[in-house]
Design a protein around this ligand. Structure first.
Ligand code: MG
Length: 339
């Protein structure tokens, strides 16, 4: 299937459905094209719905992740999409395909990881579907969440002048993947654990999303699943704006920098296009930047980092080593980059 679709990207395929789908019924506040769909369920409440799938050999290798980590990650990447809307996750459903050679330890390990993530975010697992798969493990989670109408943060509200911020370090997951694929470069055992954990057990920023939503601080938001460039591109195209991104300001961990130096690569590239960091990328009006920095620090002990500015001109400019250049958008695309 991938060969036949290789000329077509993930986002083009989604577009084919988006164009053909009927206009939303009156309870559809937001349909295809954001981190979650948003439904009006009456009163002030909005229902958020998202689904995300992990497929063996596309998203993970069986000998590169433990069953427990796989269970944890399959839920956490979905919670990240709820976080990206400013929502509070509530319930999860697991649909998965299992190959005949798996054993009981795989199932209980996966269950324990998934339920650990669920407990951490007070989410209930309420059902699903279990089926056989011929050759690859597939785990698809669907997650529901809630928010008040005025709290929901979409990708569509960024305005020229807004400050672009990141909720935490980027590039650790890309560095972790670099290690998992046994590419060149050496780091300490502690750094290695940190980077692999970022890749295998990402922590969704649910509390940060809620804080920004409750205080109405962000005009637009997304979680960094495809890389800062690609995800910023989603926000600016949805909002009809552009952005200046300062790659020199990207928050990179010492561990990622150490590995990059040893491997002879630029750690910024892991942040820009590595993806799977699952930190929030959000836009804040300039006059609320200081308030945002202070609230994240005092309430969550979290240092959020300004990395750019929303512009009127509809393209993304990236500053690297002090020089501005227009940037080709290159994030992870499941059909176009299969290696
Ligand atoms: Mg997302």
């Amino acid at each position: 299937m991938a060969d036949g679709l290789s000329g077509l990207g993930e986002f083009e395929i989604i577009g084919l459905f988006r164009q053909a789908a009927e206009p939303g019924r009156r309870w559809v506040v937001r349909g295809i094209g954001d981190d979650c769909a948003v439904l009006d369920v009456g009163g002030k409440e909005r229902l958020l719905v998202t689904t995300d799938m992990l497929v063996e050999r596309v998203h993970f290798l069986r000998d590169g992740i433990t069953p427990r980590q796989l269970g944890y990650k399959s839920l956490s990447v979905n919670l990240s999409d709820i976080a990206a809307m400013g929502g509070e996750p509530t319930a999860a459903f697991l649909a998965w395909g299992l190959t005949a050679d798996l054993d009981l330890a795989f199932v209980t390990g996966f269950r324990d990881g998934l339920l650990q993530c669920a407990r951490e975010h007070r989410v209930d697992l309420l059902g699903g579907d279990t089926t056989a798969s011929k050759s690859d493990i597939i785990a698809c989670l669907s997650v529901l969440g809630r928010a008040e109408a005025g709290e929901v943060i979409t990708r569509f509200g960024a305005r020229p002048g807004d400050v672009v911020m990141l909720g935490g370090m980027v590039g650790d997951s890309g560095a972790g993947l670099h290690l998992a694929l046994r590419k060149s470069g050496e780091v300490s055992a502690a750094d290695r654990r940190r980077l692999l954990s970022a890749h295998l057990e990402p922590r969704p920023q649910v509390e940060l999303g809620r804080l920004l939503a409750k205080r109405r601080l962000a005009t637009a938001m997304i979680d960094v699943s495809d890389g800062v460039l690609q995800d910023l591109y989603h926000v600016v195209t949805a909002s009809g704006v552009g952005a200046d991104l300062d790659a020199d300001a990207l928050p990179l961990s010492d561990a990622a920098r150490a590995l990059a130096k040893s491997a002879g690569v630029d750690a910024r590239d892991w942040g820009l296009s590595g993806g799977e960091d699952y930190v929030l990328l959000f836009c804040v009006p300039q006059d609320r930047e200081a308030e945002t920095l202070a609230a994240c620090q005092s309430e969550l002990g979290l240092r959020v980092v300004p990395v750019g500015r929303v512009t009127q001109k509809k393209h993304i400019r990236v500053r690297r080593n002090g020089t501005w250049g227009e940037m080709h958008i290159e994030g992870y695309d499941h059909f176009k980059r299969q290696e």
